[in-house]
Structures are given as C-alpha cells and as structure tokens.
Design a protein around this ligand. Structure first.
Ligand code: GTP
Ligand code: MG
Length: 176
C-alpha cells in the first residue's frame, strides 16, 4: 500500500518499480482518484501494490457522486492490515499532514516504513540534512528514491519484501 500527499509521486513510483507505465501520473495534484491495485509477480512471488489517492488535496471533486473520499478508501483497504509505505517529499520533511498520516499508519498497517521521494531534486548537502531530519521525525527506516532516475529501486524492493510478510491467521469468530 502506497500512502502519501497528493503529488508526492506514488503513481510514478509504481511505474519506476515495475519499469512500466502502468499507473497514471500528473503534474497536477489529485490525479489518482480510486484505489488502483497492481498484481506484481517478482522472483516467483506475487504481491499487490495498491496506489491510493493522495491526501491533503483540496476536495475539488466533492460534488462528484462517484468519487469516494480518501478516508473511505483507506479504511476499506486497511481492514486487510497490509504492509504500508508512507511516501514523503524529501524536500519537505516533517510536514504536519505526513506526521499525522504516520501516526495513523503505525496503528493501521501490519508493517510500515518511510520512502523519501524526488531525491533527485536535492543537492548532496540538502539530501544528507533531509534524510537526517526524516529519520528523526519518523523514527523508522527511510529509503531515498527517485522515480526520475530509478535510484533506490533495489533497496525499495527489499523493503517491500520485508513489509509483505503474510498476515497472521484470522481469529475465529466465537459467534459463527
Ligand atoms: P496523486 O495521484 O495526485 O495523489 O499524485 P501522486 O502521488 O500519484 O504523484 P504522481 O506520481 O502523479 O507525480 C506527481 C508529479 O511529480 C509528476 O509531475 C511526476 O512527474 C513528478 N515526480 C514523481 N516522482 C518524481 C521523482 O522522483 N523526481 C522528480 N523530479 N519528479 C517526480
Ligand atoms: Mg497518483
């Protein structure tokens, strides 16, 4: 599950990870409006990458009857306790909305980690500062990536493998 602010690069990251153009991206925020599920076969394992709409984007489409709210979509997906990646823009570490998302994710996901996106936009010194700040704000593993240059994809695949561990068996319903 990929979670993050609108325009942080969730859909672009799916394309970079798979080296295909399967997810639609846009320079304007609010592109992804539904939860898109991609079934990926890799190293003889199957996993599902889920691209969610971004949060923190003014609800331009509120009047659309068919547009589900972020909260409804996220809740439906999180009922399955997936592994989650919180994508944060490496140029803006520690935004309130990202901290709030992390607090919520830590309870909602089985395993979660941070991905610092658009790392190609930072010069070396800025990059070191941003990574330090992200690690201290989120107190979690942070993987720097660029969908533009492909940097960090191998590390990210490893992280995804570690987050996709099978869920523990469901508890049996005593009323069934
Ligand atoms: P929503 O679907 O609106 O929530 O956005 P999103 O998080 O899916 O973002 P998307 O992948 O559509 O990318 C938003 C913009 O950021 C696009 O213009 C991308 O080209 C750009 N972008 C994404 N990743 C990178 C990156 O690693 N480097 C640079 N330089 N630009 C990027
Ligand atoms: Mg998107």
């Amino acid at each position: 599950m990929l979670v993050g602010r609108s325009n942080v690069g969730k859909s672009s990251l799916i394309n970079a990870l798979t080296r295909q153009t399967i997810a639609r991206t846009s320079a304007a925020p609010g592109k992804t409006r539904l939860a898109n599920v991609y079934r990926i076969e890799r190293a003889s394992a199957v996993l599902h990458l889920i691209d969610l709409p971004g949060y923190g984007y003014a609800q331009r489409h509120r009047t659309d009857d068919d547009a589900p709210e972020f909260g409804d979509l996220a809740q439906a997906v999180f009922e399955r306790k997936p592994g989650a990646l919180l994508l944060v823009d490496s140029r803006h570490p520690g935004l309130d909305s990202d901290r709030a998302a992390w607090a919520w994710l830590s309870g909602a996901a089985a395993h979660a980690a941070i991905v610092a996106t658009k790392i190609d936009k930072l010069a070396r010194g800025e990059r070191i500062r941003a990574m330090r700040e992200l690690q201290s704000v989120f107190d979690a593993p942070v993987v720097p990536v660029s969908a533009g240059t492909g940097e960090g994809m191998e590390e990210l695949w490893k992280l995804i493998a570690s987050l996709s561990k099978p869920r523990p068996p469901r508890r049996t319903n005593p009323n069934a």
